[in-house]
Design a protein. Structure first.
Length: 419
């Protein structure tokens, strides 16, 4: 990356923390054996994985036995959905008037949840309900989720923090409400949360949330591009998990394939940093983000519209989604005009397509012409007040330049994926 550039896209990905890089390199060098081997080299690699699993578990207040390493968020999310389909077919269908499970997701989910669910529904594997969000909070109303429950509802998937707006979703409250629904209808409703954008920014405690599944994504919190899935009471088979891959039986048979020891160790180290430093990270990012938003208001006044900043809901401390109102100020145009800043228009997940407003922003009531102008700025552990000053100056220059030109200046840029 150009050393003069200011990187403000930490929700898309983060660099490896120096300690994580050191751990990965040391593991590649010193623990290169096959963890399934019984000799010294294999045992050394296996020990690294055991330690990494313990660190990841500690980060979310789980037991190590409930952590399964995966390639990342997309695999973890797919693993949950396919497991529920298999579970319903094998366990529930014979005792139900329904032949397929009903699944509830929200309109705010990442594509690795939304498209997985929609594809399964299209193939006739699940019944699907997508619950809308409230325009006065940016979050999904608990009662809307509960009202969607059917006799065959088997899974509710609701992200912990939205990757575009940063709004924290009421996962714990949903779980509490679903307990009562499950008692009334009989049978269990499993709850999954994609915690990708929350980890490393706010405390994540699976015991407090009482979720059955939680998706962990390393590259969102200064770890490698791998991940894990938390599965409640996995060893006791309290929550179903059926493998996507079959082979050598690694990860206790839940995820076959020779383990990538170095990346697992790196994920463990990234988790360990969060365990010991989260409060410091959180305070720093909130201070920088709040300074950013104050400077935006000071500079652009009534022209700045914050998308997802509500008095009625909380946000993760590093994320600001905003629009500068103006005819020629579409988000992608601003991005391509910025000279020193690397940011995003959000998690479009459809690179190289025509600019269009974010479905997430539309879902929370942002007008289309405002949503088209949206920028997502996400700060990180290294982001300084000076970086924000550079960005504000860069943005001011870009807005002035675009204000002075007509609609003909169509600019094409790539859009980001967040998983």
């Amino acid at each position: 990356m150009d050393q003069s550039a200011v990187y403000l896209d930490y929700n898309a990905t983060t660099p490896l923390a120096p300690e994580v890089l050191d751990t990965v390199v040391a593991t590649l060098r010193d623990a290169w054996g096959n963890p399934s081997s019984s000799h010294h080299a294999g045992l050394k690699a296996r020990k690294c994985i055991i330690e990494a699993r313990a660190s990841v578990a500690m980060m979310i207040n789980a037991t190590p036995q409930d952590i399964v390493f995966t390639s990342g968020g997309t695999e973890s999310n797919n693993l949950v959905f396919t497991s529920i389909v298999t579970y319903f077919k094998e366990v529930m269908a014979s005792n139900s008037d329904h032949v397929i499970p009903h699944v509830i997701i929200t309109v705010l989910e990442h594509d690795s949840v939304a498209l997985t669910a929609r594809t399964m529904a299209r193939k006739g594997l699940i019944e699907l309900t997508e619950v809308g969000a409230a325009s006065d909070s940016g979050s999904v109303p608990v009662q809307s989720v509960l009202a969607a429950v059917r006799p065959n509802t088997s899974l509710v998937s609701i992200m912990l923090a939205n990757n575009e707006t940063g709004v924290v979703q009421p996962v714990g409250e949903v779980v509490e409400g679903l307990k009562k629904c499950a008692e009334e209808k009989g049978g269990r409703i499993f709850v999954h949360t994609d915690a990708a954008q929350a980890l490393g920014k706010i405390p994540v405690d699976v015991e407090a949330l009482e979720v059955d599944y939680a998706t962990i994504v390393g590259h969102k919190f200064y770890g490698p591009r791998n991940g894990a899935l938390y599965v409640r009471d996995l060893e006791q088979k309290g929550t179903p998990l059926h493998p996507l891959f079959h082979g050598g039986g690694q990860e206790r048979g839940f995820r076959s394939g020779t383990e990538n020891t170095a990346m697992m160790a790196g994920l463990g180290k990234a988790a360990d940093l969060i365990v010991h430093n989260l409060a410091l990270y959180q305070a720093h990012m909130a201070n920088v983000r709040d300074y950013l938003e104050q400077q935006l208001e000071n500079t652009f006044g009534d022209r700045v519209h914050f998308n997802g900043r509500f008095n009625t809901s909380k946000r993760i401390p590093n994320t600001s989604n905003f629009s500068i109102v103006g005819r020629n100020l579409k988000g992608n145009r601003i991005l391509s005009t910025l000279e020193r800043t690397l940011a995003s228009v959000g998690a479009a997940c459809h690179s190289h397509t025509e600019a269009r407003p974010s479905p997430v922003l539309l879902a929370i009531g942002v007008p289309p012409h405002v949503a088209l102008n949206a920028l997502r700025v996400s700060v990180g552990r290294e982001t300084s007040i000076e970086d924000i000053d550079v960005f504000i100056k860069d943005l001011t220059n870009a807005v002035q330049k675009l204000d002075s030109v007509g609609d003909s200046g169509s600019i094409s840029v790539g859009l980001n994926q967040d998983h």
